[in-house]
Design a protein around this ligand. Structure first.
Ligand SMILES: Cc1cc2nc3c(=O)[nH]c(=O)nc-3n(C[C@H](O)[C@H](O)[C@H](O)COP(=O)(O)OP(=O)(O)OC[C@H]3O[C@@H](n4cnc5c(N)ncnc54)[C@H](O)[C@@H]3O)c2cc1C
Length: 218
């Protein structure tokens, strides 16, 4: 299986058996979310900014206003970027607070950014849109030239990445096992609720396929 290279920068040190560098695992975690935290430092000041994204192969696309400090600085200064994505799957409630934990799937990605233009810029916007809501690109009005101008797209080629995954139940100390303290896992799921139609819509405007595919209307 294809892997990202492992160096001191991306090597999972604590509980390394939970670490993985397979491209397939990295992509699975990235593709199951659409908001990442993008970390970078400008003049020695770290920033971590929540941002929507989309992925194609080894590239993560970010978009924002052409004036966005983050996008402009990341491109102009060719700053190193660290992007993280986390899925929280449960609270692992042990008999002791020390042994309590969380079930999660997370990915940490390293790379540098470059602005994209032309066909790739349009394709990137489609990839981001489709990552947020599959099928929406074709349903929505396409971007106008002035909207394209007002939007910047940054392409971050993944240099290295790692994933860390915890699954399963409680890990207890032997001496705690007989304690009459409840222990177990409280699973966590993100759910979509019923769509709320915009008030300007007429009754004939149907809920689109993209939304119906996620939220099954009665
Ligand atoms: C779920 C989610 C998805 C988003 N997706 C995008 C996206 O795809 N593209 C995009 O351009 N923006 C996105 N944003 C907004 C993004 O987080 C920034 O607010 C945005 O990039 C504008 O930053 P700025 O240029 O005003 O500020 P910057 O110059 O980047 O930041 C200036 C300061 O403003 C504060 N700040 C900026 N953003 C936030 C924030 N979100 N929360 C709290 N404080 C903040 C910080 O203190 C920061 O140091 C998203 C936000 C969220 C929560």
């Amino acid at each position: 299986m294809e892997q990202f290279s492992i160096t001191e920068r991306n090597k999972v040190k604590r509980i390394p058996k939970r670490g993985n560098y397979d491209k397939a695992t990295v992509y699975e975690i990235l593709d199951a979310a659409f908001v990442a935290h993008v970390g970078f430092a400008i003049d020695n000041q770290p920033f971590v900014i929540p941002t929507a994204y989309g992925r194609k192969e080894d590239v993560i696309y970010l978009h924002g206003a052409s004036t966005s400090r983050m996008l402009v600085a990341l491109q102009e200064k060719a700053l190193p970027i660290c992007i993280t994505v986390t899925h929280l799957d449960g609270i692992v409630i042990a008999r002791s607070t020390f042994n309590s934990s969380m079930n999660y799937r997370s990915a940490v990605v390293f790379g540098k950014g470059e602005l994209v233009e032309g066909d790739e810029k349009m394709e990137a916007l489609e990839i981001i849109t489709e990552n947020i809501l599959k099928g929406r690109w074709e349903e929505a009005r396409q971007p106008k030239p002035n909207e394209m101008k007002a939007t910047a797209v940054l392409k971050v080629t993944i240099e290295q990445a790692s994933t860390k995954i915890r699954t399963g139940g409680v890990g207890n100390e032997k001496e705690d096992e007989a304690l009459p303290i409840w222990a177990g896992v409280l699973p966590i799921k993100q759910v979509y609720e019923a769509p709320l139609a915009d008030e300007l819509l007429t009754e004939t405007t149907e809920v689109p396929k993209s939304v119906k595919a996620i939220y099954k209307l009665p």
